[in-house]
Design a protein around this ligand. Structure first.
Ligand code: SER
Length: 318
């Protein structure tokens, strides 16, 4: 049976690049991108697209039947900073969409689910450095609470109903094709865009705020590698710790200065500082490395080169 994928939240930062990659693997017509609004030209022109509200179960079922979808990637979510401003809306979107998709799998309408969790499941009482997979999980953000609850719903549906749901605790994801929206780690994208366009950046996190980060291509590869792994190898059905590298705004700025020597940065922390301070500095992802051979490729220096060269091309072509 061929894989037919529905991506919910396909126009967001991760959804856009994930959909494009899935299309290159499974064939354009076998990857249905969907969101509440249309996305980038590249995404819209490369295969089927449907307008779907991820909290509307009937709409989702209709599209699953229309295209004979057997695998759903649920990327629709409200991220940490926006969720603090709209807690009920965030809870509704993040939890209802997951519960709909889990039930569809329980009813046998789809075979596989991917659902991302986040470093936001950790909180101020978790160990800060090399935070282990199994440790104190006391999130203090609405987003973190929704992700932690979601992880246990995934685990519950897997152990009680045999649902094949797989998940990764993403760190901050850095990319140049589509900007993130409403996250605390977004500075690590904004900083490159402003560096190229304006030569300066004001960071909403303090210079020494260390957070786990990953370049987009690594995040996409990890996702696909996890989804293609032999189910028997996967011992974790909440969500896997996943790590690339870790850095502070000051370190990102220094790596930009190696390429753009005139770049300057200053710091004006806002409400997102508190969110960042509650999250780990770095993550221990040994189970991902052991159980399905995860290996990250891109570090900070390499990422700066990729980000700056691609953003420069985009700016020139505008
Ligand atoms: N990047 C997300 C955020 O900042 C964390 O998963 O909200």
């Amino acid at each position: 049976m061929s894989t037919v994928v529905l991506v919910l939240g396909a126009c967001g930062q991760i959804g856009t690049e994930l959909s494009l990659k899935l299309r290159s693997i499974y064939g354009s017509s076998n990857v249905i991108a969907s969101d509440i609004k249309p996305g980038s030209d590249e995404l819209m022109e490369s295969g089927p697209f449907e307008l779907i509200d991820a909290t509307n179960g009937e709409q989702i079922l209709g599209i699953i039947q229309k295209y004979k979808v057997n695998s759903v990637y649920l990327l629709a979510a409200m991220l940490s900073a926006t969720a603090e401003k709209h807690p009920q809306k965030a809870w509704n979107l993040n939890m209802k969409s997951l519960s709909i998709v889990l039930d569809l799998a329980k009813e046998g309408r789809i075979k596989q689910i991917y659902w991302p969790s986040s470093i936001a499941v950790f909180g101020p009482t978790s160990p800060k450095t090399n935070t282990p997979q199994n440790t104190i999980l006391e999130p203090t953000t609405v987003y973190g609470i929704s992700k932690l609850s979601g992880e246990y719903w995934c685990n519950y549906y897997h152990s009680n109903f045999g649902v094949d749901v797989r998940s990764l605790r993403y760190p901050g994801i850095v990319s140049w094709k589509t900007e993130p929206g409403g996250g605390t780690t977004d500075y690590a994208v904004d900083i490159y865009i402003k560096a190229v366009k304006e030569g300066r950046y004001t960071s909403f996190l303090s210079g020494d705020t260390r957070l786990p980060m990953m370049y987009m291509d690594d995040a996409i590869n990890a996702t696909i590698q996890l989804m293609e792994a032999d189910s028997k190898a996967l011992q974790i059905r909440t969500s896997y710790n996943l790590s690339g590298f870790d850095c502070t705004p000051k370190e990102v700025a220094n790596s930009i200065k190696k390429i753009l020597p005139d770049f300057t940065i200053d710091y004006d922390p806002d409400f997102r500082q508190k969110i960042a301070d509650s999250w780990p500095d770095s993550i221990d992802d040994q189970f991902a490395r052991q159980q399905w051979n995860w290996k990250h490729r891109v570090d900070l220096g390499e990422m700066s080169k990729i980000m700056i060269s691609n953003i420069s091309k985009t700016v020139i072509s505008l």
